[in-house]
Design a protein around this ligand. Structure first.
Ligand code: GLN
Length: 482
């Protein structure tokens, strides 16, 4: 049963063909069998999950499923999401042993919807990276090929879903961290519009870019989870107050006449030939369904990576100032004096990539350089938004590969930050503009999955999911099962 999609598992459960306890037990058997290699989980909540499952079964027996669309379904969380009473590490030594005092709004919504939480998943330290190799705690492998990375930073969240070690997970996406690992692991990853899902309780990285979103086996499952986690939250000042929508509503509508544009800057040089071919085949299938496909130039995209690494590192340097050895996590005990304690706690607690980013961000925000770097990057961000706005005046959606390559081998990029940063060249502009974006598996290259990225105007997730579902239906892509 662990191989079922979330929707299929729900159907079986609600028809009384299985119980939540059995489903959950199945998932834990799968975890036990494959975690020694996959290593997606940083913590596993076996007892608590089985207790939640039993409680769900009691409710199901009484037919009490109102307001609980995820009743009895096992899901997992990226370990930068707070769940009261559990360890939240962000895969960093500085937070090892830190116990959350409160629960993230998106996580609370899963609980309120009846979900069973199986555990917390590995990530690049503080969500900084594209391969999960920056985790200070463990090495997650790609279920398609254990010599390769699962992508990042939500590498554990993607690998666990691909390995059928949960029916879906929540990740966070600052510059591609949901979509790129989803692409590498052959699953669906959705980054919602900035402001649609509350960030309250997500450990902040780049606050103007971060969004929580689902990683799932199917597009429909992503819509089901978005239905639960979307919505206004007074605890997040950037949360947007809009009427609720049913994101599953248009999934079966055909896409004849939809106008789609392939991004010129993301379809040539810099994109692996095999990835380009898989995307081309997918485009043909969308054409067969009546979509009109053209090419659009988004000239400001060439500045996106540079702008992102100024904005994201600047915000990170401010956000990570709170980890000072006083309020959270690790403290150096032998330091004499407060300043030395700050310095030593941070020096010991943070890994090299996190330190690099704090230094870059602090530099970009410093008095003499703010105008030249941070302010300039914010202006580039406006140009990118304008590029998208021009495209959306003519097209329903813009398309590109999710990442320039398929999953790469361990060690291939970890000593070359720039080449690692380039694996998010296609996903980053979407965050800079605050748009919704999704990665859908569209084919294989060298026996490894390729993701198609679709982006639409802000708050048009229904249309985004409609196009994604059409791509999924015609792709012929099959998930692997361990
Ligand atoms: N890989 C990008 C980075 O390292 C994106 C990370 C993310 O989306 N959290 O910043």
């Amino acid at each position: 049963m662990h191989k079922l999609s979330l929707k299929e598992a729900r159907r079986k459960l609600w028809r009384g063909e299985t119980t939540s306890e059995l489903l959950t037990e199945n998932v834990f058997q799968q975890i036990q069998a494959h975690e020694p290699v996959v290593q997606a989980y940083l913590s596993i909540y076996r007892e608590q999950a089985l207790a939640q499952a039993k409680a769900a079964d009691e409710r199901l027996k009484k037919g009490d499923t109102d307001g609980a669309p995820l009743l009895g379904l096992p899901l997992a969380l990226k370990d930068n999401l707070n769940l009261a009473g559990t360890e939240t590490t962000c895969a960093s030594k500085i937070l090892k042993g830190y116990i959350s005092r409160y629960t993230a709004t998106a996580v609370q919504k899963l609980l309120d919807a009846g979900a069973v939480i199986t555990g917390k998943l590995n990530l690049d330290e503080f969500a900084m990276g594209s391969s999960t190799e920056n985790s200070a705690l463990q090495k997650t492998t790609n279920p398609w090929d254990k010599e390769r990375v699962p992508g990042g930073s939500s590498g554990g969240a993607a690998a666990a879903v691909a390995a059928d070690e949960c029916f879906g997970s929540l990740g966070s996406d600052t510059g591609g961290s949901i979509r790129q690992p989803a692409a590498f692991c052959g699953i669906v990853g959705l980054k919602p519009t900035y402001g649609l899902v509350s960030r309250y309780g997500l450990v902040a990285f780049g606050s103007s870019l971060d969004q929580i979103g689902p990683l799932t086996k199917t597009v429909e499952d992503a819509a089901l989870l978005l239905n639960v986690i979307a919505g206004y939250d007074e605890k997040d000042s950037t949360s947007v107050n809009r009427p609720p929508e049913d994101y599953t509503a248009d999934l079966n509508s055909d896409i004849a006449g939809k106008r789609l544009a392939v991004i010129k800057e993301l379809s040539g040089e810099g994109i692996d030939a095999g990835v380009r071919q898989a995307i081309e085949k997918m485009l043909d299938k969308l054409r067969e369904q009546g979509a009109v496909i053209e090419t659009v130039a988004l000239p400001s995209f060439k500045y996106a990576l540079a702008a992102y690494y100024l904005v994201a590192t600047s915000e990170a340097s401010a956000n990570l100032a709170r980890f000072d050895g006083v309020r959270f996590g690790h403290r150096n005990k032998s330091a004499r004096g407060t300043l030395e304690m700050f310095k030593r706690s941070r020096a010991e607690g943070f890994g090299p990539e996190v330190k690099r980013r704090i230094m870059l961000g602090t530099y970009a925000l410093s008095a003499g350089y703010y105008d030249a770097y941070y302010l300039k990057a914010q202006k580039v961000r406006t140009l990118i938004r304008q590029d998208y706005a021009r495209a959306f005046a003519k097209y329903d959606a813009v398309l590109s590969p999710t990442s320039p390559s398929v999953a790469f081998k361990f060690g291939a990029k970890v000593n070359d930050p720039l080449s690692m940063y380039l694996s998010d060249i296609a996903t980053i502009p979407v965050n800079l503009a605050g748009l919704p974006g999704i990665s859908v598996p569209c084919g294989l290259e060298n026996k490894l999955p390729v993701g198609l990225q679709i982006a639409t105007p802000e708050f048009t997730e229904r249309k985004l999911l409609q196009i994604a579902a059409a791509a999924e239906r015609s792709s012929g892509f099959e998930r692997m099962h361990l």
